[in-house]
Design a protein around this ligand. Sequence first.
Ligand code: DGJ
Length: 721
Amino acid sequence: MATAISAVAQYGERNIIRIATDNTDLVLEVGPNKRVYQTYLGPRLSHESDLQNLSWSQHAGSDGSVSTRGWEAYSTSGNEDFFEPALGVTHADGNMTTYLYYVDSSQEPVPGGTYTRIILKDNRYPVNVTLNYVAYAKENVIKAWTEVVHQEKTLISLFQYASAMLYFSKAEYWLTEFSSDWAKEAHMSSQQLQFGKKVIDTKLGSRAAMHTHPFFEIGLDGSVKEHSGEVLMGTLGWTGNFRFTFEVDNVGNLRVIPGINPYASQYELKAGEVFTTPEFIFTLSYDGTSQGSRNLHDWARRYGLKDGEGSRLTLLNNWENTAFDFNQDILAELMKEAKHLGVDMFLLDDGWFGNKYPRKDDHAGLGDWEVTHDKLPGGVAALVKSAEDSGVKFGIWIEPEMVNPQSELYERHPDWVIEQPNRDTYYYRNQLVLDLSNPKVQDYVFGVVDNILTENPGVAYFKWDCNSPITNIYSPYAKDKQGQLYVDHVRGIYNVLKRIKDKYPDVPMMLCSGGGARCDYEALKYFTEFWCSDNTDPVERIYIQWGFSQFFPAKAMAAHVTSWNKNTSVKFRTDVAAMCKLGFDIGLQELSDDELAYCQQAIANWKRLQPAIMDGDQYRLVSPYETNHAAVEYVDKSKTMAVLFAYDLAPRFQEKLHAVKLQGLDPDKRYLVKEINLMPGTESKFAQNEKIYTGDYLMKIGLDVFTYLHNMSKIIELKAL
Ligand code: DGJ
């Protein structure tokens, strides 16, 4: 067993803590005053001896206060720093200041990386803070989180509790943020950060990322670029209210403070209770976001995502096709269609449950997870059987954290619901959020999955939806501790998800939140994939997928072919969905024979190309944000198989068409270039079709894949000979 050693290395008088990946160094130092400072964050230093040349006080203020103003690794309220702190505590005696001093540290190997712990302690109050970092060497990813514990006589109250704190000293900082709304997820926009604070946060509670996602990018030497430049890419693993604070101070330094949003959440901590923040996961890329994304994709598949290295199921979903309007016979037919199409699974969506208040639309039934008998007389068992008979797996939709007031659950347990006792109730999608801070509610929600799987072990997959934000923040369970609710509610969800994963480790699950309003790496420990958006218009999807792909591998991003934007071809729609985890949500009667044959062929191709698309390296080559086209390439790890997805969106009349230069190939390998996913009966018009080029040529000269047509797609397979 690996043993931990002190994280501090001594260089003469200097006490230095090095948190390193193969490409990046985060260097901390215990200052002469025994407080811990960040002295460096950037490209890995080649010579260890240079660590002692870094100065903990070099970033002093203009008043010359070098002895008191360094970059404190986890700055606290009331100290001499005066800018935004990471931690704010109201002590038992009402004092609101905290000063943290080094106590101890350790470093030990963990799978894929090195775990560093640094224990700090206030010198006047019995408050301990542990800074935790795991540096993943190969992926160049660091995750950081913090623990707070105290032994004061009574409760202390936390009013700020960031996961970590990072500092930068550059000429310019450019933030790329990801704004969102229903059907408008992951829209990227950029701005320069100037003096003062920029905050990205959410207060939505459960459908927390509906308006902004828990990730960001910061260009550290100019605006964020795809293939060049230094960029910080960070994301918080928290499925609730989060906040990123970016503050440029008086001397032009930037601090980045990621964490839970403490909005309406002063957290009262009992003596001995450990407050653990969510993990902040970040990478620094020195070659733009493209490399940063690949770092995160590799990390996610190895360490972040549930079953990250396993395969994924293609599926036919029925939401866009039938909505609530189905019965057992219709579903049995759809399962046959799934088989005919060539997918692995049929996924039954919303509308299968509720008897006293049947779920025939979104006004009733949530909470009553019993099949509607007159709609599905054979129950889930008959559906599993039909799926088996058709030769596909069976998956099912649930939204177990929610309740419609028109439900038996609400009638039985009005006290299980987050709802104001003394104000008018505000409903979002006619529903309310169950109070997951209450352990009895956690048991109930666990039971939703557990009962289905106990009674029907053949259920192979869950789509777990969450359509409402918390609308009337008040917990009957929390009583006079309402400040805990936003945090403890999310922790309650994790308790449930952990129990499910422990009992059913191999059941894949899709995370959905009215589209992509939940997409973070803590939730994804329990989910194999997430639903990016209800917007399946392929044109919009190219942008949405471009946005999410900055942080998530294709394997984690579910994309379905539907009837949204029928002005585009089935081929175009399918080709866009095939860039992610491919699924369908369309009735086969909507497809012509040729279109059906096309889809069957595209599914087979997608399955064959999984080593590249699901498990390989992604290169975003041509941005839809910057051009009238888009191109994304995937290369398998052995560089023997690659696929290029190229799209003409809305080219201008006679605009200059540029060849697409590929990336990530072996320059010395020879590749057969072949257009695939062709509609039956059509021939490729691609001039370079079925020709052989070296990787060197393809990367230096490229392929002429673009045309003047609108909403067209071209899929090119490259096979090493
Ligand atoms: C929202 C999801 O995003 C949809 O895919 C679908 O499952 C509906 N909810 C069902 O109510």
